[in-house]
Design a binder for this molecule. Structure first.
Ligand code: UD2
Length: 316
């Protein structure tokens, strides 16, 4: 691997991916508008001469002028990733996730990128009729966020067919780990850990029996890297999911015991609009095409994430 572009490079997953790619010897250009990304996340990358940071929005019409090189691979992670925010502000999510993706694909076309790896989401499946959900399952968006990811996927496929770019679509399930922010629009684990550390009530939305396949960020990064390297991944859509299914209520209890918190209590809030009931992914395609299997158990991942929260502030 030689020269790669990472959009969303200062974000939670993007910044871990940048660190990993640099450790593999790649030359990395990163783009971020710092809406939710943080400069802190790039502390080690910025000290590396093989890393170049472009502070800009992927939607800017100046993207092509600012990014003049050719890249072997574009990792497209820049997006609004919150289901909740998408229900409140669908136009914002459309602009970032659909218009932004189109702009990145134009860049890929004009600068002759070989492969584009899109970070999509399990949200595209909605509430499937059978679990675990595999890549052939029908798409059924329950939120504007899910619709935006389906559009981004379709544009990627169309650019593959029209211009010969190698598309790879990764449908991430629920990713957690260090550097995840903890605003009301962040992933549930960082919210719960932050609440537990501050002795605040743990806010379970709905009955808490909805289930998720949490996957630790290092595993997601490894899968994303494998997707950029594997010949077999060309043109494929692949679930990237954790292996342990757990309910939100169980995860709240796991967080309380990982933090060692005895005074926080669990409170129930109304169920979220656009929320999925069960999101459990089949991993057989990732195993077959990428030889990928998650390595970090939920217990270990939770412990590492709690340790990070104890040292760093996870401001919004
Ligand atoms: C996550 C990702 C999304 C996408 C998807 C893939 C985030 C913010 N969202 O959506 O980008 O990749 O997974 O399937 O990472 N909840 C509570 N209390 C809270 C916050 C959340 O009970 O304070 C519940 C929420 O109602 C939902 C579950 O926890 O049932 C997970 O919520 P989430 O926002 O972490 O993630 P999700 O699955 O909507």
């Amino acid at each position: 691997m030689t020269s790669v572009l990472v959009t969303g490079c200062a974000g939670f997953i993007g910044s871990h991916l940048v660190d990993f790619l640099l450790s593999k010897g790649a030359t990395v250009t990163g783009i971020d508008n710092f809406r939710t990304g943080k400069r802190n996340n790039l502390a080690s990358a910025l000290a590396n001469p093989r890393f170049v940071l472009l502070e800009m929005d992927i939607c800017d019409s100046s993207l092509l002028q600012r990014v003049a090189e050719t890249y072997d691979t574009i990792f497209h992670l820049a997006a609004v990733s919150s289901v909740k925010l998408s229900v409140e502000n669908p136009a914002l999510v459309h602009r970032n996730n659909v218009d932004g993706t189109l702009n990145v694909l134009e860049l890929a076309r004009i600068r002759d990128a070989k492969r584009v790896v899109l970070s999509s989401s399990a949200a595209v499946y909605g509430n499937p009729s059978s679990l675990p959900v595999n890549e052939e399952s029908p798409l059924n968006p329950q939120s504007p966020y899910a619709a935006s990811k389906i559009s981004a996927e379709e544009y990627l496929v169309a650019y593959g067919n029209s211009y010969g770019i190698e598309p790879v679509i990764l449908r991430y399930f629920n990713v957690y780990g260090p550097r995840q922010t903890c605003s009301e629009y962040s992933g549930v684990l960082s919210i719960f850990i932050n609440q537990a550390l501050n002795s605040e009530p743990i806010t379970v939305e709905g009955d808490g029996k909805q289930t998720r396949n949490f996957i630790y960020v290092d595993d997601v990064v490894r899968a994303t890297y494998l997707a950029s390297e594997a010949n077999r991944a060309r043109g494929e859509t692949i679930n990237i999911s954790g292996s342990e299914a757990i309910s939100v209520l169980q995860v709240a209890q796991a967080v309380l015991s990982a933090v060692g918190q005895t005074s926080s209590r669990i409170v129930h809030l109304p169920e979220r609009k656009g929320d999925l009931r069960d999101s459990i992914g089949s991993m057989s395609k990732a195993r077959r095409l990428l030889r990928f299997k998650p390595q970090v158990s939920l217990n270990d991942g939770l412990r590492r994430t709690v340790e990070w929260h104890q040292l760093e502030s996870c401001s919004p």
